[in-house]
Design a protein around this ligand. Structure first.
Ligand code: 13P
Ligand code: SF4
Length: 297
């Protein structure tokens, strides 16, 4: 099945992009596995005709925003991100107005429509750089309140929060981290900035998913506890075969990130099922926010 898919992708001039949380068999057939920022940059640069995006809906939408001339496929169309659904354009526009039209920094984990009413996007890999690059003294960050609080600790700007969160990162508790540290006393604890502030305060380092892979690779240590979705265990172990990785909690599983299987990818490539196309007026407005972020990177 894997070989058949890769052959089909070659014939159709398709590129397969997979997020670091995807199931191992999906990561194995991908041309690139990465975090949200790396995948957006690759989507923007590719000369393939078709982008098969193995991730969740906002990631495929971001690829469509950047590449309107390409066919973007999400092999399982109902793979979404609950955090992205915690903000909508009406509520965001009203809040922005109430705050005196300050710039809106929107996490890529958001719909294209929300990006279209935002000033700039960010990911977990570049949030501090993006916030500090803005001229304004105050910004509204949406939808992730934990990412916003993390950024607030690394800037002199006033950060207004939106009350969104990732249900899986937000559920990691201090007791979970204590238990993992007791079980692995020599391990370094890495946390994703979607974790709550009390967890980030316990972390030895705070990183995006690919940031964790790179950090482990250049660290002299050999054991790591991962404060992120457990799909990362596969690519981080593959990239660092001589090191050991442990989940901070077995509960950290995002079901939407596990929806795509090999049959879905094959079917999507054969039939173009799961095409994601952002309507042109929304796309044009959203492109401004996404492109500003990519230009900074
Ligand atoms: P990264 O951009 O760090 O890979 O994170 C994406 C995500 O959805 C985290 O839950
Ligand atoms: Fe969204 Fe959380 Fe799943 Fe990432 S892990 S896609 S933020 S629900």
């Amino acid at each position: 099945m894997k070989e058949a898919i890769m052959e089909l992708a070659r014939k159709k001039n398709a590129i397969i992009l997979a997020h670091n949380y995807q199931p191992p068999e999906i990561q194995d057939i991908a041309d690139l596995c990465g975090d949200s920022l790396e995948l957006s940059i690759r989507a923007a640069e590719t000369d393939a005709d078709i982008i098969v995006f193995c991730g969740v809906h906002f990631m495929a939408e971001t690829a469509s925003i950047l590449c309107p001339e390409k066919t973007v496929l999400l092999p399982c169309p109902d793979a979404g991100c609950p955090m992205a659904d915690m903000v909508d354009t009406a509520a965001l526009t009203a809040r922005k107005k109430a705050l005196g039209d300050i710039p809106v920094v929107t996490y890529v984990n958001s719909s294209a429509a929300v990006k279209a009413v935002s000033d700039i996007c960010c990911t977990s890999a570049n949030v501090i750089q993006v916030v500090n690059a803005l001229k304004a003294d105050a910004v509204l960050m949406t939808p992730d309140r934990n990412l916003a609080q993390y950024a607030a600790g690394h800037t002199h700007k006033k950060i207004h929060l939106w009350e969104g969160y990732c249900p899986f990162h937000n559920n990691l508790t201090q007791a979970d981290v204590d238990a993992a540290r007791q079980a692995h006393p020599d391990a370094l604890f890495m946390a994703h900035p979607e974790c709550p502030p009390e967890i980030l305060a316990m972390a030895d380092t705070i990183q995006s998913t690919s940031g964790m892979i790179q950090y482990a690779g250049s660290s002299p240590l050999s054991q790591f506890i991962l404060g992120t979705e457990n799909g990362l265990l596969y690519p981080i172990s593959k990239a660092n075969p001589d090191k050991e990785f442990f989940p901070a909690s077995p509960k950290m599983v995002c079901p939407d990130m596990k929806k795509i299987n090999l049959s879905d990818v094959k079917h999507s490539l054969e039939t173009q099922a799961g095409e994601v196309r952002v309507p042109e007026p929304t796309r044009k407005k959203a492109l401004g926010a996404v492109q500003k972020m990519i230009d900074l990177a």
